[in-house]
Design a binder for this molecule. Sequence first.
Ligand SMILES: *Cc1c(COP(=O)(O)O)cnc(C)c1O
Length: 380
Amino acid sequence: MLDLKREYEYMKADIDTAIKRCLEHQKWILGPEVKELEEKIAAYLSVKNCIGVSSGTDALVLSLRALAIKKGGQEYFDKSDKIITTPFTFTATGDAILRSGATPVFVDIDPRTYNLDANKILECLNSIKNIVGIVPVHLYGQPCAMDTFMDIAGKHKLFVVEDVAQAFGATWKGKKLGSIGALGAFSFFPSKNLGGFGDGGMVATNDPELADLVRMLLKHGGKDKYNVDHIGYNARLDTLQAAVLLAKLKYLDEFNEKRRAIAGIYDRKLANFSGIQTPQNVHEITDPHSCHVYHQYTIRVQEGNRTGLQNHLKGQGIDTMIYYPTPLHKMKIFGTRSTISGNIKETEQASTEVLSLPIDPLFSTAEITYIVQKMREYVF
Ligand SMILES: *Cc1c(COP(=O)(O)O)cnc(C)c1O
């Protein structure tokens, strides 16, 4: 799916220098690189505060905990507090809601974008009481319809925490994703568009009170070691990860551009390909200031053919992935701890049809052509 070794070779000089600098200063915990990365990303996103944390999951948990504390002076949300999210996401999105004390409410997706459907959010708000917030996920790097979501949130006094784990660098009407909701939660998991050499994450927010709370929560819940106010975590971003990320940040826009170019090649070569459907870049078509960053290039495969196509490609040395075969509402952990709004038909259908093709930013046209050729050999 990704050749991280090739990516390292491409940026080797920058990364090696960054790591060497850490070896010299030995400031492993909240060293200067963490602050520098926070400032650079805050400038990149045009937000007032960025706070490095230990993973994308922790970025979500700390964001929600900060909101719970700010809202009611309670450490956690109550189980009766409900938060809308998509069931078509990585487990961490729903799990973070549970860990903040609230109950996830799963709302179905728009089958074109795989993101939460705004109309279904409205239906949910009409039928389910005590909704306090929305956690939209910009799945595969495609932006959610953020102004509609923010409008709904404003009218119903809901907070919005953007799960930007798959969409670093993507924009909605000219604004970077993660800068629009109350908070944005980013992941630096190695396979993400900006990935470290291990786990890492970032919270972005314009709200100084929420920023202070997240900063306290990530180091045991206090302003310092001996003035502890909240039930905190050890959830810092490592200096070494920050150094690697700083070196790689320079390439983010270039690499996202390369991803878009590869998606364009797939789009052209796979158009009119029977048995599959290419992804729809919904917003970029209607608004030139919204951009998709193709964390995944995900096609739909005609029913019953997905495993066959996947095995055929595997035999030719081509890995593909299914994101996600099991929607969250089908998992045991969420069984008795979540609510479903209406039906989840689109998510269920998507989970049986989607297939993500390799989209390494450094792929050559020849490599994409090879993948497409091998796809043509499979008979639907
Ligand atoms: C990767 C991911 C996360 C979690 O990030 P980690 O850094 O792995 O903890 C959360 N949400 C989504 C949508 C993700 O893709």
